[in-house]
Design a protein around this ligand. Structure first.
Ligand code: FES
Length: 91
């Protein structure tokens, strides 16, 4: 027997005070990419960084999630109400 999974958004999260809906099981990185947001972190030299490998290896996608720094956007499944911020440098 097959079951259908609802594609309705299970909730919303914020990135830099922008409210963004997400789909079930979606990661922070994929939801931000879908929203057209590519700049997830500012490197120590001021360069913009974002998703690179998408599989948890490079750490270029580090964000601040619910106040916790160095969270990989590509490996973090969203939950309703999460607050994500762009990471500045190493923190
Ligand atoms: S994009 Fe490489 S660890 Fe997230």
């Amino acid at each position: 027997m097959t079951t259908r999974t609802s594609l309705a958004s299970p909730g919303k999260f914020t990135f830099e005070d922008i409210t963004i809906p997400f789909r079930p099981g979606e990661t922070v990185g994929s939801a931000l990419l879908n929203a057209g947001i590519l700049h997830l972190r500012t490197a120590e030299n001021g360069d913009a960084r974002g998703l690179l490998c998408g599989i948890g290896v490079c750490w270029e996608c580090r964000c601040v999630v619910d106040g916790k720094p160095n969270v990989r956007a590509c490996m973090t499944v969203l939950q309703d109400g999460m607050a994500v911020r762009r990471q500045q440098g190493l923190l």
